[in-house]
Design a protein. Structure first.
Length: 172
């Protein structure tokens, strides 16, 4: 287990009620050696699938499988990818600056209330710090959109480093 304890004894293959055939035991042992937190997820998902008929268990299993699939490339390649893009907090910060800028500029305030731009100019100057925040958010969004393809590439390369040709199939 990830917390350093010994995994619980698994009933031998063929024991009544045991889902643990040799392939599952081998995969669980690999996870415990190479990716302990994923091993816990795998072991829990197998237990839920075959031994614990809880309400909502299929959704829990699906979440475990998704997490294993998302993080397995990190363990296979040793290349860690940063977390999710926090849109809500980032856009909240931009909104605060945006509204402050509109309040300080009466022509922007009037135009935003009328929902039409004046014909005087299609360009609206914004402060550099607001531009930088918007630019960084847009760049980070682009990086986030690329992550699934990068994860697929890393998974193929981690599974078979001699066949990098798979990269062409996933957009690289």
């Amino acid at each position: 287990m990830a917390n350093g304890t010994t995994p619980p004894a698994i009933p031998p293959y063929g024991a009544i009620g045991s889902p643990w055939n040799p392939s599952r035991v081998e995969l669980r042992d690999w996870f415990q050696r190479e990716a302990p937190s994923l091993g816990d997820l795998y072991e829990g998902a197998v237990g839920l699938l075959y031994q614990h008929p809880l309400p909502g268990r299929i959704r829990m299993i699906a979440h475990a499988v998704r997490e294993i699939g998302n993080r397995l490339p990190d363990y296979l390649t040793g290349e860690r990818v940063v977390g999710r893009l926090d849109y809500v907090n980032r856009v909240d910060r931009i909104e605060e600056k945006w509204n402050k800028h509109k309040e300080m500029n009466s022509s922007l305030r009037e135009e935003s209330q009328s929902k039409t731009l004046s014909s005087s100019s299609q360009d609206i100057p914004i402060p550099r710090d607001l531009f930088n925040e918007l630019d960084l958010l847009i760049r980070d969004h682009g990086v986030t959109r690329q992550r699934p393809l990068d994860a697929a590439r890393r998974l193929y390369e981690g599974l078979d480093p001699d066949h990098i040709a798979y990269s062409d199939e996933v957009g690289h």
